[in-house]
Design a binder for this molecule. Sequence first.
Ligand SMILES: CC(C)(COP(=O)([O-])OP(=O)([O-])OC[C@H]1O[C@@H](n2cnc3c(N)ncnc32)[C@H](O)[C@@H]1OP(=O)([O-])[O-])[C@@H](O)C(=O)NCCC(=O)NCCSC(=O)C[C@@](C)(O)CC(=O)[O-]
Length: 296
Amino acid sequence: MNDKVKLVEVGPRDGLQNEPGLVPTAVKIALVERLADCGLSHIEAASFVSPKWVPQMADGHAVLTGIRRRPQVIYSALTPNMHGLEAALTAGADEVAVFTAASESFCRHNIHCSIAESLTRFAPLLALARQHRLRVRGYVSTVLGCPYEGKVSPAAVARVADALYQLGCAEVSLGDTIGIGTPNRARAMLTAVRQHVPIENLAVHFHDTYGQALANIHALLEGGIRIIDSSVAGLGGCPYAPGASGNVATEDLVYLLNGLGMDTGVDLDRLVDTGRWISQQLGRHNGSKVGLAWPK
Ligand SMILES: CC(C)(COP(=O)([O-])OP(=O)([O-])OC[C@H]1O[C@@H](n2cnc3c(N)ncnc32)[C@H](O)[C@@H]1OP(=O)([O-])[O-])[C@@H](O)C(=O)NCCC(=O)NCCSC(=O)C[C@@](C)(O)CC(=O)[O-]
């Protein structure tokens, strides 16, 4: 496996949205800038959702307008509806992401509507984004299991991924929200989805709750996936998935990819420093094994 992988760093968004205390805007800005300095070229920096439901993300405008931008870096934001897209446009997001789920219960808990309603809600958002030449990513949550319904079938995931792609999402990210999947199930899910969405338009987003994220990623790299979401220091969790831990740590992912001879363009030394720095800022355990083992 000797080729290029696109990493989507979701630490500043997915990583921080579930922090118990409010993280100062200046720390978020410093985190995004440090991640860009590590060579990460896609950074999900903010989320324009209801501050009533996710207060940790209420300063998205200040974050996106406060960062020193590197021209080659894409700074993106979550936008669940038109309100969110308008806010993201005002703040100058380079890319936005809509999000729904493969299971009805999670969708209702997360964005308070059915899967079908979420897709209807996204159609005008994608049309407006197109007018602004803004690339849109689509997330499908609960692709390998739902905290409320249990098993989710590959066919259900494929239906929703297909719908997002048909709506015009340039990339569809497949989220194991509760980190419950194992490689054989991940492969079966990808096999179903890729019958509808080209592999080059698919990303994977593995939470590491059961310690399976890297095993699943390795299996899907073999299956052709080349876009992977991760979170520095393994930060994160989802407010609507009780007990879910963070995404696979970016440091651990880069270490794996380096070992496979795959090109990420990321400086692992600097990334480890950044993971240690943010863990210290948040007063939390560093969730990256590489971050713990790397020489000081
Ligand atoms: C989706 C909504 C907005 C629906 O919102 P709603 O509560 O169903 O109803 P609404 O549309 O009538 O809005 C209610 C209030 O929110 C306001 N509002 C409405 N929209 C916005 C907006 N965009 N930005 C700011 N404010 C907004 C709106 O103005 C109103 O204010 P009020 O009149 O009560 O003062 C809400 O349910 C929400 O924000 N949910 C939070 C969802 C969320 O952020 N979840 C975590 C991210 S998803 C995730 O982590 C999974 C992922 C992507 O990482 C992949 C994976 O791991 O699986």
